[in-house]
Ligand binder design. Sequence first.
Ligand SMILES: [Ca+2]
Ligand SMILES: [Ca+2]
Length: 249
Amino acid sequence: MRGLKSAITDNSLFRRVIWHARLMLFLILVYPISLYAAADIRIEAASIQYVGGEFRVDIMIEGVSDLYGMAFDLVYDPTSLEVMDAEPTKDGIQPKVTEGTLLNSNGTDTTLLKASLEDNLPGNLVIGLTRSGDVSGVASPAETVFLSVYFRPKKIGTDQLALRNTGVIGAQNQDILVSSWGVLDVTIQDQNWIGDVNHTFSIDLADVILVLKALSQNTDAPVYRDADVNKDGKIGLEEAANALQHPSE
Ligand SMILES: [Ca+2]
Ligand SMILES: [Ca+2]
């Protein structure tokens, strides 16, 4: 009897050990995956911006593994913001979007980036960025810049940027869960741009060079008319001379 009882006890102990071993294996296998399975995506920029001052909006991603690509609409109020045009001399708007170093593995891998205004109308910027070909995904356990978009405020007030029609996929075309899609609230204030021909928030040699290049029609860079120092409605040698005299900051 004693032998049988101890055999039963040993058997249940054995089962318990097995159960614990399975649990540990389960936790080891599943926990790191679940740790990265739900990514956080945020929209980041300084919360105060200035009318006429270009600024960068970063789409940040954190806690993702096997990431192959992401697509979304970046939605904004077109009466208060405009997306910067990367190629002002071309017809339409080529949204100024730059990719981070995550999907291209610090510039070593090929990626595909598409960005356009939906129906060529401002307010809904459709963006997709993926890796290219039969390659594995990338991981970003820490917060990383996925891509950046450049805007310019048009009037004082507030605006909220948000992400819509979102999709995140892994290398096996599987959906990657996202636990939160952030929004960005910006307050837009007025700014005195007199003398600052290129809207860089400083008046310096770069303004002189831009005026001289513009006068010789040697640049596509924007020359801002609200920098007019002598109120003649033009940007010219007066603005260049003013910038030359300006103490460097
Ligand atoms: Ca400047
Ligand atoms: Ca002038």
